[in-house]
Design a binder for this molecule. Structure first.
Ligand code: ATP
Ligand code: MG
Ligand code: FE
Length: 343
C-alpha cells in the first residue's frame, strides 16, 4: 500500500510517500522559519497562507520524484492535530480532498503519534511494547506504548516543553529561532563546571517534568553577568552548556525512573530535541548500564516532517481505519485519547 502523508501543524509543510513494501519513496519539506523570523515567533495566519502556497507543488514534486502517478496512491494521511487550527485545516482540507478526488481512503493522524513512530522508519526499529520520551517544541511526554494507538501516559511537563525552553534560552541570548540547534552548537564550546543549573523535579519521586524554572535561572545568570549585551562569546557558550546539561540530566533521570517503574527493555526518544547529541550520548550510556536499548529517529525525522505522518497513516490504513468525508481538525488533542485499534 502506498500512502501520501501531509504535515502542516505548525511552520513546516511536509509531504512524503510511504510504501508498506518498499519503504519511503519520496519526501519534501518546506520550512517557513525565515518568514516568521522577523516576528520573533510563528504567526498563525501567515503560516496557514504559506501552507496553501506550498502544499500542492510539494505533492507534485514528491510524486514525480517517486515516479508515481496519483493512480498509484492507495491512501492519504494528514495531520489532524494538535497544532495551529488554520495550519491544520490547510493540510486536512488538501489531504481529504485529494483522497476524495482520487477515490482512495483518507486517515487523520495525531502529530505526536507521528513523532512517536518515526524511529520505526529506521532499519531495525523497535517493536511494541516500548517506553517513549517525546520531547518537542510543544510537548514533553513520557508514555508506555503498548500497541498502535495504545498509549498510557507516565508523565509530562507541568509547564514549558523541553524544546520550548531551548528556544526561549536562545532568544534570551539573541541566538534566533529555532533555538535548540543553536544552543547545542554553542554548548560544544562551553567550559564545564563554570555554572551549575538545577535539575528540576528530580529530588522527589514521579515522572512529571518542569522546564520553566530553568529558563528563569538562565535569565538570572545572564543578568548577574550584566545582561545579554554584556555577555562574551565564552559566557554564552558556558551558559548554553550549563543549560543543556541540566535539561539532559533531567531527561536521563526521568527515563531511568520510567524504565525502572515499567521494567521495559526498549526506550524510544523522538521529537525535535531527540536530535540533540549530548542527550543521545548520555542517554545511551545510562541505558546501556540497565540493558535498555534506545531508539531514535534518523536526524532528518526528529523535527516535523511528512514521512512520519505517511508512516503512521499507513499503519492505521492497513489496520482498516478510515476518516469520514467531513474535514475536521483538533488543535488540542491529548495523545492518551487515542484508542487501541480493534483486532
Ligand atoms: P510539537 O511537535 O510538540 O507540536 P514542534 O512540532 O514545533 O512541536 P518539533 O518539530 O518536534 O516541535 O521540534 C522542534 C523543537 O526541537 C524546537 O523547540 C527546537 O528548538 C528543538 N530542537 C531541534 N533540534 C534540537 C537540538 N539539536 N537540541 C535541542 N533541541 C532541538
Ligand atoms: Mg517547526
Ligand atoms: Fe512536531
Amino acid at each position: 500500500m502506498r500512502v501520501l502523508g501531509i504535515e502542516s501543524s505548525c511552520d513546516e509543510t511536509g509531504v512524503a510517500l510511504y510504501d508498506t513494501e518498499r519503504g519511503l519513496l519520496g519526501q519534501a519539506l518546506f520550512s517557513q522559519i525565515d518568514m516568521h523570523a522577523a516576528y520573533g515567533g510563528v504567526v498563525p495566519e501567515l503560516a496557514s497562507r504559506d501552507h496553501v502556497r506550498r502544499l500542492l507543488p510539494l505533492v507534485r514534486q514528491v510524486l514525480s520524484e517517486a515516479g508515481c502517478g496519483p493512480e498509484q496512491v492507495d491512501g492519504v494521511a494528514f495531520t489532524a492535530g494538535p497544532g495551529l487550527a488554520g495550519a491544520l485545516l490547510v493540510g486536512a482540507g488538501v489531504g481529504r480532498s485529494l483522497a476524495y478526488g482520487w477515490g482512495v481512503p483518507a486517515v487523520a493522524v495525531h502529530h505526536m503519534e507521528g513523532h512517536l513512530l518515526a524511529p520505526l522508519l529506521e532499519e531495525d526499529g523497535p517493536a511494541f511494547p516500548f517506553v517513549a520520551l517525546l520531547v518537542s517544541g510543544g510537548h514533553s511526554l513520557l508514555l508506555e506504548a503498548r500497541a498502535l494507538g495504545d498509549y498510557r501516559p507516565l508523565g509530562e511537563s507541568v509547564d514549558d516543553a523541553a524544546g520550548e525552553a531551548f528556544d526561549k534560552v536562545a532568544k534570551m541570548m539573541g541566538l534566533g529561532y529555532p533555538g535548540g540547534p543553536r544552543v547545542a552548537a554553542l554548548a560544544e564550546k562551553g567550559q564545564a563546571g563554570r555554572f551549575r543549573f538545577p535539575r528540576p523535579m528530580t529530588d522527589r519521586p514521579g515522572l512529571d517534568m518542569s522546564f520553566s524554572g530553568l529558563k528563569t535561572f538562565t535569565l538570572n545568570t545572564i543578568n548577574d553577568l550584566g545582561g545579554a549585551e554584556a555577555l562574551s562569546d565564552q559566557d554564552r557558550a558556558d551558559i548554553a552548556l550549563a543549560f543543556q546539561d541540566a535539561v539532559v540530566d533531567t531527561l536521563v533521570i526521568k527515563c531511568r525512573r520510567a524504565m525502572e517503574q515499567t521494567g521495559g527493555e526498549r526506550l524510544v526518544v523522538a521529537g525535535g530535541v531527540s536530535a540533540n547529541r549530548a542527550l543521545r550520548e548520555k542517554l545511551d550510556a545510562a541505558m546501556a548500564k540497565r540493558g535498555v536499548r534506545v531508539f531514535y529517529p534518523g536526524l532528518a525525522y526528529c523535527t516535523d516532517n511528512g514521512a512520519m505522518i505517511a508512516y503512521a497513516g499507513a499503519l492505521r490504513l492497513v489496520a482498516g481505519e478510515h476518516s469520514g468525508l467531513p474535514i475536521a481538525v483538533r488543535p488540542r488533542w491529548p495523545l492518551a485519547e487515542l484508542a487501541p485499534l480493534p483486532a
